[in-house]
Every structure is written in C-alpha cells, then in structure tokens.
Design a protein around this ligand. Structure first.
Ligand SMILES: NC(=O)C1=CN([C@@H]2O[C@H](COP(=O)(O)OP(=O)(O)OC[C@H]3O[C@@H](n4cnc5c(N)ncnc54)[C@H](O)[C@@H]3O)[C@@H](O)[C@H]2O)C=CC1
Ligand SMILES: O=C([O-])CC(=O)C(=O)O
Length: 336
C-alpha cells in the first residue's frame, strides 16, 4: 500500500517536473514561425505560448492543428497578453526584433532592437523571473547585457538563467568543414567561442579533428561572416531564419533536457562568464555545461594556437565595446 502510493507520488512528481511551458516572443517573424513549428514537434514542450506584436494568435491557431500532444496558445499584443504568455514559462526564446539588410552590421540593429529587448526583458523579470531566457535578437553581444541590466534593476538577475544563442555559429562551422572534408557534419564538432558578430566569432579549428584548418583564412572568414552570406542572398528580405530556427530549437532542447535532469549536456552559449572579466569582458561564449538551474559549468577556452590567440585578442576588444554599449543603454534609457 505504502509502496503503491509512494510510486504513484514519484510518478506524479516526475511528470509534474516534465511539464514545460515554452514561450516565444516574436513568434510570428521569420525565425519565430519555424522555431515555433520545431518546438511544437518537440515532445518535451507541453505548452507553447506565442507572442508577437502582430500575428501571434494566427500562428498559434495554425500550429495548434498539428497532432502532437502539446497545447499552443497565441496571445494578444497587450501588456496583459504578454504577461500571460510569460507566466509559468520554463524557457523563453526571444527572436523579436528587426533583421539586417545588405550593407548593415549587426550593431546597426542596436538602435531598434535595444529597446525591444529591454521592454521584453522587463516583462520577463515581472512575469517569469525564474525562467531561462534565450536571447536570439541581434546584436546578441549587446542584447544579452541589456537583459542582465534589466534583471539587475528589478533585483531578479540570475546569471545562470540568461543565454545568448550562438548555436548557429557552431552549426555553420560543422557544416562548412564537412563541405571541405566530404564528411558528415554530425561528426564535425567545432568549438566556436567569443560573441556573435564578425571578428568576435572565433572558431577553434586547432581543437578539432582538422587542426590544419586553423590557418585556412577563407574558412575562418566564412564562419565569422556566415550571416552576411544569407543577408546578401536574401537581398533585402532579411537574414537567416530557417537555420536559426533549427539552432534555436536545438538550444532550447538542450536547456529542457538539462532541466529534466539529463547530465553532460554541453552547448556553446554567450553567458555571464568569469573567463575574461579581468579584461573587462563580462559576457563570453564558450562551452557551457547545462543543468537543472541553467548554467552548471563554464568551460575555459583551452589550448589554442598562435593564430587563434590573435583572433581572441581582436574578439575581446570588440566584445568589450559591444557589452559596454548594452549596459550604457539601460543606464541612460531605463524605460518605464
Ligand atoms: N542569434 C542569432 O544567431 C541570430 C539572430 N537573428 C536576429 O533575430 C531577430 C529576428 O529576426 P527575424 O525573425 O528574421 O526578423 P522578423 O522581422 O522576420 O521577425 C521579428 C518579429 O519580431 C516581432 N516583434 C517586433 N517587436 C516586438 C516586440 N516588442 N514584441 C514581440 N514581438 C516583436 C515582429 O512583429 C516580427 O514578427 C533579428 O534581430 C535578427 O538579427 C537572426 C539570425 C541569427
Ligand atoms: O547575420 C545576421 O544578421 C543574422 C545572424 O545573426 C546570423 O545569421 O548569424
């Protein structure tokens, strides 16, 4: 008798733990729609909440016909709609914001996206301060520090729960290497560290199966400026959306798996990191082991060669400026 109820209780608490509400802010956009589709197909997601300043309920109605178990709800573009979309969320993904056009850098998006991310971070701080926040909106090097400052100003900052999504950089690196080597990209595990724009993206080929690639300037450039390739090809119609949706869904899946107690899950991600704080760089992307509370362990960069040392130096210079810009923005524009 005791055994039965004990087992029942355990079963109940296990299933309760595995109820995962995931919220997408910017769900009707180029990334938001395919990302939401992939999340609808993920059995770990039990409730999918979609919010956008336009079109959230329509995307939700469409996805809600897909015959997977999760529920999907779209929320009205009002403060109450946003709060309800966020309440109880375990993971929040933020692809809200404008994308680049040819000729622009990610930093050129700052003026528009900084306030969008600031305001959404405020809503998260109020309605789901415990959620794990995955920031996709560019410039990631600045939007992540913006979120941190907003959370700090509300007294709810937990550095273990804030992530800049840099997954696309490792996705690209493994794909590009596989094209050169004629291999399966699934077998190409390339570490990419730093940030998410231009020279702040530092691929570490010396640590891969093909250390000789660390002197391949063309390949390094392709990884650092892979986003530009897509912006150019889309010719004014935006930037990477489908590959980004895949990368965002992979990151969300890893965070959920770790949240459900799976061990040894490592993703590269841009987090509040001790690695280069002595250089004035408070956020840095390196391999991060994920756990139930978010960040479990931040791995150091490890052994790198002379060329990579040089790239890392250039990265730190730009990263420091990008981070400071985000911090200064919130100080000067705290918003409502
Ligand atoms: N981290 C990464 O690796 C990558 C980041 N990005 C970034 O992701 C962002 C989104 O890109 P796309 O989806 O292509 O743009 P998009 O313009 O197609 O979609 C953005 C969506 O955000 C919505 N939105 C705008 N303000 C909002 C607000 N305050 N609240 C809720 N929703 C809001 C818009 O209505 C729109 O539906 C851009 O900043 C882009 O640069 C893009 C690719 C890769
Ligand atoms: O390049 C852009 O603007 C979008 C982005 O972050 C990427 O594709 O990596």
């Amino acid at each position: 008798m005791f055994m039965a109820s004990h087992i029942q209780r355990r079963a109940f608490s296990a299933s309760a733990r595995n109820l995962s509400k995931v919220t997408v802010l910017g769900a009707a956009g180029g990334i938001g729609q395919p990302l939401s589709l992939l999340l609808k197909l993920n059995p770990r997601v039990t409730e999918l909440a979609l919010y956008d300043i336009r079109g959230g309920p329509g995307v939700a109605a469409d996805l809600s016909h897909i015959n997977t178990k999760s529920t999907v709800k779209g929320y009205d573009p009002t403060p109450t709609g946003l709060a309800n979309a966020l309440k109880g969320a375990e993971v929040v993904l933020i692809p809200a914001g404008v994308p680049r056009k040819p000729g622009m850098t990610r930093d050129d998006l700052f003026n528009t996206n900084a306030s969008i991310v600031r305001d959404l971070a405020k809503a998260c701080a109020e309605s789901c301060p415990e959620a794990k926040i995955l920031v996709i909106a560019n410039p990631v090097n600045s939007t992540v520090p913006i979120c941190a400052e907003v959370f700090k100003s509300r007294g709810v900052y937990n550095p273990k729960r804030l992530f800049g999504v840099t997954t696309l950089d490792v996705v690209r690196a493994s794909r590009f290497v596989s094209e050169l080597k004629g291999t399966d990209p699934a077998d190409e595990n390339i570490t990419v560290v730093g940030g998410h724009s231009g020279v702040t993206i530092v691929p570490l080929f010396s640590q891969s199966k093909h250390p000789e690639l660390s002197s391949n300037a063309e390949l390094i450039h392709r990884v650092q400026f892979g986003g530009d390739e897509v912006v150019k090809a889309k010719a004014g119609a935006g930037s990477a959306t489908l590959s980004m949706a895949m990368a965002g869904a992979r990151m969300a899946e890893s965070v959920l798996r770790a949240g459900q107690g799976e061990k040894g899950i490592i993703e590269p991600t841009f987090v509040d990191s001790p690695l280069y704080k002595d250089r004035g760089v408070d956020f840095f992307s390196s391999k991060v082991e994920l756990g139930p509370n978010g960040v479990e362990k931040i791995h150091p960069v490890g052994k790198i060669d002379a060329n990579e040392e040089k790239m890392l130096e250039a990265c730190l210079v730009d990263l420091k400026k990008n981070i400071e810009k985000g911090v200064a923005f919130v100080a000067q524009n705290p918003g409502k």
